[in-house]
Design a protein around this ligand. Structure first.
Ligand code: M6R
Length: 615
C-alpha cells in the first residue's frame, strides 16, 4: 500500500524523489520520508514527517539535503502508529544503511527479539526496521549491499518490496520483490535509473520500464541495472514501453483527480473499445485473451474474483456474460475465494478484475487457481502489473492512470471490457448470430456520447448534493443489472464522504432494511425504464410511505416518476445491458459533491489506499 521512489544519476535526487512521491501519495498518506547520500558529507541524511506529503515538503525546505542518489517513501501504516519515528526510510544504528519497504514482515517479532538479543537497539515500532538491521549485520560480516540484502530477505516471511541504500556504496540501490506486496518498477533513463512501486511516480522521466517478478532483485546504478533471482541466478526481463503520458497523470483544470477521472469517462469509454471493437465488421477482437474457438466452446464456468468496486463490476459482468455467451458465471470476493477451497478444473476460467493489478487478495485468488487446470484471465488497468503477468490471457482497461483512491473510470472501463468479453465468447461459442453481434456492437458506438450527456448535468448533481449533504444515512436500491450500481453508488458515498450508505437489491428492502427507513434516511433508487421498472415503482411507494426522501435515477422522458420521487436524476435512454454505464455517473458525481461540501479529502480519504497490497 505504501509508495516507494528511488533515484540514481546525475540529477539532484531530493526534489525528483519528492515529486515522484506526490504521484504515489494515493497509495498511503500517513507519513513520508526521504533519505539521500549527501553530496558534501557523503553521509546519509534522512528527513521524515508525519501526515500528508506537504509536511515533508515543508521540512525539506527548512532542512535541505541533496545528492545524486536517494530513496523515498509514503506510508500506509500497518505496524506502528503514524509518527515521524515510524516513518520510512528506516536506518541502521550507525546510519549507514537505509531501507524503504512495502508489505508486512510476518515474523518480525521473532526477528526483532533475535536482533535485540544481539544488542540491536530499535528506533521504531515497525516491522520494517528488522530488515535494515539484518542488512547491517551482513554488511558488517563483509558482504556487499546486494548480497547482504539477498541474505536478509531469506529471513523474512510474507510479501515484501524493499529498496536499500548504503553510504559506503554510493553508486547503487538494491531493490527486491518477494510475493505480491506491491510492484517494483525500474525506470530506465539516459545515464540515470529510477525505482518506484508504481509507474506514475517516474513516468515524467521515462517510459521504459522493467517490472521485477517475485523473488527477484535488481542492482541499480546510473548506467544500468542487473537482475537476479533471490537465489543469485541471473535473470532477463523485458523492457516495456509504457504508453501513458505524464500529463494524463496530472490534475489539469480540475480540483481533484476523482473529478477529473469522472469527467474523463466520455473519452475513456472510447479508449477502452479502441483496437478491440470493430465497428465496421460488427465484431470484437480480444487477441490477448489467447482463446481458441474450441477452448471457448469447452468452457463450462467462469468465476470472477475481485475486490471493492472491481467486484461490483464483476456482478455486472455476470449479467452480461450469462446473457451474451450463455456461460454460467460465479462471482466472489477475492478475499473469500482464496480461503474456501474453490472447485476448479480445466473447463473453468478464473477472471480477476483489478484496476491496480496489485491487490494482494486478488492475486492470491489467482494463485489459488494455479495448478487446477483452470484458465486464468485478468481485466487490468495497470500495464505490466502482476495480475497481467500472472494471467494466461488478459484484457486491458485502457483507462489511463487512475489516481483518485475512489475508483470511477476504471469501473466503467471494466464494464466495457466485460461486455466485450461477453460478445467475444458469445461469438466463439456460437450463441450470437452475426446480426445479433452487429446489433450489440452498434449499441456500443453511442456510449461515449451518452456518457458526455450525463456529465453535462453536473450542476444539477451539485444542487442535489446541497440538499442531501446533511443526512447521516442513505439507502441505495437497484434491481437486475443496476443492483451493482446501487452497491457502487453507496460505496462511493461512504468512502469519500464518510456518510453511512447501504446498497441493496430493491426487492430485498422489505425483508429487513425497510425497518431503518424514516424521514432521516433518504432512499436513492435506480428506476430506469427496464423490465423491472414497475417493481421499482412499488419499492419507491413503500419507501415514501415510511416518510423517506426518495431520489430516482430515471430515463429521460419519464414524466410519471416525478409524481413518485422527491428528486429525479434523468439519464439518456440506453439498452438495459449498457444502462449501468450511464446510471453510475450521476452517483459518482453526487458522492463527489457531497464529499467536497463536507470538506472531505476526496482524493485521499482517511484509512484507504489505492492499491491494497496487504491482507
Ligand atoms: O485495484 P483493484 O481494482 O484491485 O482495487 C480493488 C479495490 O480495492 C478498489 O476498487 C476499492 O474498493 C476502491 N477504493 C473503490 O473506490
Amino acid at each position: 500500500m505504501c509508495g516507494i521512489v528511488g533515484y540514481v544519476g546525475p540529477r539532484y535526487a531530493t526534489e525528483l524523489i519528492y515529486n515522484g512521491l506526490k504521484r504515489l501519495e494515493y497509495r498511503g498518506y500517513d507519513s513520508a520520508g526521504v533519505a539521500i547520500i549527501d553530496e558534501t558529507s557523503g553521509r546519509i541524511t534522512r528527513r521524515r514527517e508525519v501526515g500528508k506529503l506537504d509536511r515533508l515538503g515543508q521540512l525539506l525546505q527548512e532542512q535541505p539535503t541533496n545528492g545524486h542518489i536517494g530513496i523515498g517513501h509514503t506510508r500506509w501504516a500497518t505496524h506502528g502508529a503514524p509518527s515521524a519515528r515510524n516513518s520510512h526510510p528506516h536506518a541502521s544504528m550507525d546510519g549507514d544503511v537505509v531501507v524503504v519497504h512495502n508489505g508486512i514482515v510476518e515474523n518480525y517479532q521473532e526477528l526483532r527479539a533475535e536482533l535485540q538479543a544481539e544488542g540491536v537497539v530499535f528506533a521504531s515500532d515497525t516491522d520494517t526496521e528488522v530488515i535494515v538491521h539484518l542488512i547491517a549485520l551482513y554488511l558488517n560480516q563483509g558482504h556487499g549491499l546486494p548480497e547482504a540484502t539477498r541474505l536478509t530477505v531469506k529471513h523474512l516471511k510474507g510479501s515484501q518490496a524493499i529498496v536499500a541504500m548504503y553510504a559506503k556504496s554510493p553508486d547503487q540501490l538494491v531493490a527486491v520483490r518477494i510475493g505480491n506486496a506491491g510492484g517494483v518498477t525500474l525506470g530506465v533513463g539516459d545515464g540515470e535509473m529510477f525505482v518506484a512501486s508504481d509507474i506514475p511516480a517516474i513516468l515524467e522521466h521515462t517510459r521504459q520500464m522493467v517490472f521485477l517478478e517475485s523473488h527477484q532483485m535488481a542492482i541499480v546504478k546510473a548506467d544500468g541495472y542487473v537482475v537476479r533471482t533471490t537465489d543469485g541466478v541471473p535473470a532477463q526481463l523485458d523492457i516495456h514501453d509504457i504508453p501513458w503520458d505524464a500529463v494524463a497523470a496530472a490534475k489539469g483544470e480540475y480540483d481533484h483527480f476523482m473529478q477529473k477521472e469522472i469527467f474523463e469517462q466520455a473519452r475513456t469509454l472510447t479508449d477502452t473499445m479502441r483496437g478491440r471493437v470493430d465497428f465496421e465488421n460488427g465484431r470484437v477482437r480480444l487477441p490477448d485473451l489467447e482463446l481458441s474457438e474450441d477452448e471457448a466452446q469447452g468452457l463450462e464456468r467462469l468465476i470472477i474474483v475481485a475486490c471493492g468496486t472491481s467486484a461490483y463490476a464483476g456482478l455486472i459482468g455476470k449479467f452480461l456474460i450469462e446473457h451474451l455467451a450463455r456461460l454460467p458465471v460465479e462471482i466472489d470476493y477475492a478475499s473469500e475465494f482464496r480461503y474456501r477451497q474453490p472447485i476448479l478444473n480445466d473447463r473453468c476460467a478464473v477472471l480477476a478484475i483489478t484496476q491496480s493489478g496489485e491487490t494482494v487478495d486478488t492475486l492470491a485468488a489467482l494463485e489459488e487457481a494455479w495448478d487446477t487446470g483452470a484458465r486464468i484471465w485478468s481485466i487490468v488497468n495497470a500495464i505490466g502489473s502482476q495480475a497481467m503477468r500472472l494471467a494466461d490471457g488478459y484484457i486491458t482497461m485502457q483507462a489511463g492512470p487512475e489516481i483518485g483512491v475512489a475508483s470511477t473510470k476504471a469501473f466503467t472501463a471494466s464494464i466495457i471490457d466485460l461486455y466485450m468479453l461477453g460478445l467475444y465468447l458469445g461469438e466463439l461459442r456460437g450463441v450470437l448470430s452475426p446480426a445479433e453481434l452487429r446489433q450489440h456492437v452498434n449499441a456500443l458506438m453511442a456510449l461515449p456520447d451518452l456518457a458526455g450527456r450525463v456529465l453535462d448535468h453536473d450542476d444539477e448533481y451539485q444542487a442535489l448534493a446541497e440538499q442531501l449533504s446533511g443526512y447521516k444515512n442513505f439507502l441505495y436500491l437497484g434491481r437486475g443489472i443496476n443492483y451493482p450500481i446501487a452497491l457502487e453508488g453507496a460505496l462511493k458515498l461512504k468512502e469519500i464522504s464518510y456518510i453511512h450508505a447501504e446498497g441493496y437489491p430493491a426487492g430485498e428492502m422489505k425483508h429487513g432494511p425497510i425497518a431503518l427507513i424514516d424521514e432521516t434516511m433518504p432512499v436513492l433508487t435506480i428506476a430506469i425504464k427496464d423490465h423491472v421498472y414497475d417493481k421499482m415503482l412499488s419499492q419507491i411507494e413503500q419507501a415514501r410511505a415510511r416518510g423517506a426522501v426518495v431520489i430516482a435515477v430515471a430515463t429521460e422522458g419519464d414524466e410519471f416518476i416525478k409524481e413518485k420521487a422527491d428528486y429525479v436524476i434523468y439519464v439518456p435512454e440506453v439498452s438495459e445491458m449498457l444502462s449501468p454505464l450511464v446510471t453510475v455517473i450521476p452517483l459518482q458525481l453526487l458522492a463527489y459533491h457531497v464529499a467536497t461540501l463536507l470538506n472531505c479529502d476526496v482524493d485521499q480519504p482517511r484509512n484507504l489506499a489505492k492499491s491494497v497490497t496487504v491482507e
